[in-house]
Design a protein around this ligand. Structure first.
Ligand SMILES: O=C(O)c1cc(=O)[nH]c(=O)n1[C@@H]1O[C@H](COP(=O)(O)O)[C@@H](O)[C@H]1O
Length: 226
């Protein structure tokens, strides 16, 4: 199943009214709404339910990362929300990913975050990892696939490799910036068009839309490049 647009807007705000206003402004240009830690910490499951009537798939980006039992129970607690996509961290290991998938609703796609797009080679070295970012993403993607997950989150720099290795995987790419836009805290960045051409299934875009003076126009302009 694919979404009517690969462009998902990240509604990173703690205010439900702001998230709703943004979603209503951009709804015709996006294929789904991503709700993450900031939104969930402030608004919880009730906040997620309050976004459901916009009739767009909900991507619940909670990046679950704990022992397998805890993650499985958290996933089971999220099940009534019937999210289209949920994230876990691939670094949680194979058993954690298997149990997350087993506890998820049938139609929920569980995807594993590989290496955050806010990290670069220097950060990898500081963690004691000697391989390249691409090698590390490749390894974690293979673990996610072997654990029965539906896909991964990676940067646009690795997505072509991920697409070759896992053509049927749902490949989610954040760290997406229109050419010459401010990158903020992201370190591995590509344009929406580049991510798409390299095989991304879902493009996650937050601040380039949500911090724009006219979010509707910003989302329309990005969608037009796809
Ligand atoms: O899982 C994610 O969505 C994610 C993974 C990652 O490696 N990098 C990343 O930026 N994200 C999310 O993607 C969004 C990017 O937002 P902007 O940088 O504002 O476009 C945020 O909601 C992040 O939480």
């Amino acid at each position: 199943m694919s979404y009517h647009s690969p462009l998902f807007v990240a509604l990173d705000t703690d205010r439900l009214d702001h998230a709703r206003a943004l979603a209503e402004a951009v709804r015709h240009h996006v294929g789904g709404l991503k709700l993450g830690l900031e939104f969930f910490a402030a608004n919880g499951p009730a906040g997620v339910r309050a976004m459901a009537d916009l009739d767009l798939p909900i991507f619940l980006d909670l990046k679950l990362h704990d022992i397998p039992n805890t993650v499985a129970k958290a996933m089971a607690a999220l099940a009534p929300l019937q999210p289209a996509i949920v994230t876990v961290h691939a670094a949680g290991g194979r058993a954690m990913m298997e149990e997350a998938k087993a506890a998820a609703p049938e139609h929920t796609r569980v995807v594993a975050v590989t290496m955050l797009t806010s990290l670069d080679t220097e950060d990898l070295r500081a963690m004691g990892v000697g391989s390249s970012l691409a090698e590390q993403v490749e390894r974690l993607a293979a673990n996610a696939r072997d654990a029965g997950l539906d896909g991964i989150v990676c940067s646009g720099e690795e997505v072509a490799m991920a697409h070759r290795a896992w053509p049927k995987g749902l490949l989610v790419v954040p760290g997406v910036r229109p050419a010459d836009g401010p990158v903020g805290d992201q370190k591995r960045v590509v344009t929406p068009r580049e991510a798409r051409d390299r095989g991304a299934s879902v493009l996650v875009v937050g601040r380039p839309i949500t911090a724009a003076e006219d979010p509707d126009a910003a989302a329309r302009a990005i969608a037009a490049t796809l």
